[in-house]
Design a protein around this ligand. Structure first.
Ligand code: PLP
Length: 391
């Protein structure tokens, strides 16, 4: 008897889980290897956030089902609204324009369940975050890749999308600062995108978990800053990357009230919300965490400069591709290898794991992604081993 449902058959294997298994196997064999494959900050969550969690966890009233269940505590939603106002000048009504999430990844799944019918087309960027392609088949949606090419600065060429595709598409998932290329969008592009989406009645889902990880030269943006964006858009964000809280599983959706309501309805029937203590600690992070964000940006800028100084010596044309956002470097594979050949060779010979560009879509072929979320000495060690292997 085949116990597994058909809908699981179309889900591509989850890249990071596969990598994690591989890492565990190598570690079990005692191999000293460095993983630059996963975007998971190694620095701890700031202490005052942990203290706030500790205090909240000691309060028995927080041991019961979370307050306001599916939508998130009112106090958390209000903190999200304050954060958006302070950072982006965006007004959000915590009552119906904000939803608490267990990370933005949950938002991707919830939104598809809440909005997309079987057979409907969902646009995704290529290259793009693999989490979109993994979730679209679950709802029976049809992914349509929108190429992001270096010659267009890794922004979609909206004029190049066939009119017939635009007419049939329901949702467009994208994210800037962009995983994997690190590209930051511009206010002009976001304005054009919102106008295009309105003209074609395509819902925009801006998955924005790297919004704060922007180095000098890039611009921190919310799609909700575009006047009228809320009519056609929802934005996800998350405390994962911004406050070194990947393991806490907390994030938010903000924007169009009808989408927020639909997602809430789905969430209501699946989870009973987020642990109150985590929400309370997250309020502290959102209200008081700006200095820590700046500290992390300085760390990523330092590592980025260190890595690029080395990589340029290898004859890799980094400047044309590496963006100003995220903590990733997007780099062309040297010597005409495929991205899988290159990453496999690095793993076998240098014991350094980077991510093959093809894991992010067809247009990722010929590239690899390196994450800067490892301590400086491990990054230096990885770069040295990569250099020797490439020699
Ligand atoms: C573009 C993008 N969206 C969503 C996620 C998931 O983040 P979260 O921890 O908020 O679920 C990631 C994580 O790498 C990501 O890169």
């Amino acid at each position: 008897m085949n116990i597994v449902a058909d809908r699981l058959k179309n889900i591509p294997p989850y890249l990071f889980m596969e990598l994690r298994d591989r890492i565990k196997q190598m570690e079990a064999c005692g191999t000293d290897f460095v993983s630059l494959a996963v975007g998971d900050p190694v620095e701890p969550t700031p202490v005052y956030i942990i203290e706030s969690l500790r205090r909240a966890a000691l309060d028995p009233s927080n041991h019961q089902y979370p307050t306001d269940e599916q939508r998130g505590m009112h106090a958390f939603r209000a903190a999200v609204a304050r954060w958006y106002k302070r950072k982006y000048g965006v007004h959000l009504d915590p009552e119906d324009e904000v939803l608490g999430l267990s990370g933005s990844k949950e938002g991707i799944h919830n939104l598809l369940m809440a909005v997309v019918n079987p057979g409907e087309v969902v646009m995704v960027t290529d290259p793009g975050y693999p989490g979109y392609l993994a979730n679209i088949p679950i709802v029976g949606g049809k992914p349509y890749p929108i190429p992001l090419l270096a010659k267009n600065g890794y922004l979609p060429d909206l004029d190049d999308i066939p009119e017939s595709v635009c007419r049939g598409a329901k949702v467009f998932f994208f994210n800037y600062p962009h995983n994997p290329t690190g590209t930051c969008a511009t206010p002009e592009f976001f304005t054009r995108l919102v106008a295009w989406a309105k003209a074609h009645q395509i819902f925009l889902v801006h998955d924005n978990p790297y919004s704060e990880i922007v180095l000098p030269g890039g611009e921190k943006l919310s799609l909700l800053q575009v006047p009228g964006a809320k009519e056609i858009c929802v934005e996800f964000n998350s405390l994962s990357k911004t406050y070194n809280m990947t393991g806490w599983r907390i994030g938010m959706a903000a924007g169009n009230p009808a989408i927020i309501q639909a997602m809430s309805k789905f969430k209501e029937n699946v989870t009973s919300g987020i642990f109150n203590a985590i929400q309370l600690a997250s309020i502290k992070a959102l209200d008081d965490g700006d200095e820590d964000i700046e500290k992390m940006i300085r760390i990523y800028a330092r590592r980025r400069a260190m890595a690029l100084a080395e990589i340029r010596k290898w004859g890799i044309d980094s400047d044309a591709h590496v963006g100003k956002g995220t903590f990733y470097l997007w780099l062309p594979v040297p010597n005409g290898m495929t991205s899988i050949e290159f990453t496999t060779r690095l793993l076998d010979k240098a014991h350094v794991l980077v991510t093959a560009g093809s894991a992010f879509g067809k247009n990722g072929e010929g590239f690899f992604r390196m994450s800067l979320t490892v301590p400086d000495d491990r990054l230096a060690c990885a770069l040295e081993r990569m250099r020797r292997t490439l020699d």
